[in-house]
Write a protein that binds this ligand. Structure first.
Ligand SMILES: Cc1ncc(COP(=O)(O)O)c(C=O)c1O
Length: 363
């Protein structure tokens, strides 16, 4: 009997999360230096990490023989000061991804359903399936979430709805007024996870605290992996009604966020200039890519976040050819979007290199 015969039911049919190809792997495969490759595949911050966060990591490394502070007290306080949360509203996760898993641990099992948009970020689907729940996909016409389709998909068995705004990988976003209205229509047996991974890039934000105050069962999730440039440290959080945060913290693995990650996140939160610079580079880069794609005769999509999509018939082939030219982008074949590639908006130089490489391939 094989190990795979012994796993519980949903495991063998679980989709596997396919991350962007790591630079280290491509460098190893090709025997070329790490810094000769550009990776625009995982929506990381192309500027790197804030200097204060790097310094905090170095300093906190002196304490790494000790377990982390399990409650993340200082980071929780810093988040409260910055955002006006109460400490008992917060759950820290090893990336916001862990919060999705914790939510499914709490609310999803074989008798329940979890509703997600058909092209929504894949992690929701994986965490729901891992918990044994039935995933109910809601149609996304034009690759955009359709809130009525989500409401129609809800049944008495639904326990969770996940909605990212903007959505990754499609880059589409909805007005927050629509989401506010939607959240208030959800039945009381449904927990709404509103994923704000790209919040700091956006001008609009949903009044999550107002919804919580009005009794809506919502949790918003955020991450330090995107604008704050700490993806490698795995740190994110959810904020919700204290009753939900209490439950999440009761199933959270002990010491799930590291000492260095907590310290770096505190330092990153203080650096408003970093956020402003990252936003500026991102919006200039978006324009540069949009014009560049247009010049190459390619349609591009995505209005928010730090990434864009472009479409072409032989996307999979171009994806591999770009890799041969040391440019890593993201294939969306796993999402059923086989005619699209997703690229993270890079620095001016990185964007230029991508466009140049694409230009040569499309000639
Ligand atoms: C919409 C969305 N949510 C969550 C995440 C995961 O972020 P984290 O690194 O915090 O787990 C991503 C990462 O790409 C994302 O695009």
């Amino acid at each position: 009997m094989k190990f795979s015969d012994l796993t519980r039911d949903p495991i063998s049919s679980l989709p596997v999360y396919q991350p962007g190809k790591p630079i280290e792997l491509l460098a190893r495969e090709k025997g070329i230096p790490f810094n000769s490759i550009i990776k625009l595949a995982s929506n990381e911050n192309p500027l790197g990490s804030p200097a204060g966060a790097i310094k905090a990591v170095r300093e906190s490394a002196a304490n790494m023989a000790l377990y982390p502070e399990n409650s993340g007290h200082d980071l929780v306080q810093a988040l409260c000061v910055k955002n006006g949360f109460e400490p008992n509203q917060l759950t820290l996760g090893a990336g916001s991804n862990e919060i999705f898993y914790l939510l499914c641990d709490l609310f999803a099992d074989a008798d329940t359903q979890v509703v997600v948009g058909e092209y929504a970020f894949i992690s929701y689907r994986i965490s729901a399936m891992l918990a044994g729940a039935q995933v109910v996909p809601a149609a996304m016409p034009g690759m955009r979430h359709d809130l009525d389709a989500i409401l129609d998909a809800i049944t008495e068995q639904t326990r969770l709805v996940f909605l990212p705004n903007p959505n990754n990988p499609t880059g589409t976003a909805l007005p927050v007024a629509d989401i506010d209205r939607f959240a208030r229509q959800l039945p009381e047996w449904v927990v709404f996870c509103y994923d704000e991974a790209y919040a700091e890039y956006e001008d609009q934000s949903l009044d999550v605290q107002g919804l919580i105050r009005d009794g809506v069962k919502i949790i918003a999730t955020r991450t330090f992996s995107k604008i704050y440039g700490l993806a490698g440290l795995r740190i994110g959080y959810g904020f919700s009604d204290p009753a939900l945060a209490g439950l999440l913290n009761s199933v959270r693995p002990p010491f799930n966020t590291s000492t260095v990650a907590q310290a770096a996140a505190i330092a990153a939160l203080k650096d408003d200039a970093w956020v402003a610079r990252s936003r500026r580079v991102n919006s200039l880069g978006r324009e540069q890519l949009r014009e560049g794609f247009e010049g190459l005769g390619l349609s591009s999509f995505g209005e928010q976040g730090n990434f864009v999509l472009f479409s072409l018939e032989n996307a999979e082939q171009i994806f591999h050819s770009l890799q041969e030219m040391d440019v890593i982008v993201r294939s969306l074949a796993g999402y059923g979007l086989k005619d699209y590639l997703r690229v993270t908006i890079g620095t001016e130089e990185q964007n230029e290199r991508l466009l140049e490489a694409l230009g040569r391939l499309l000639k």
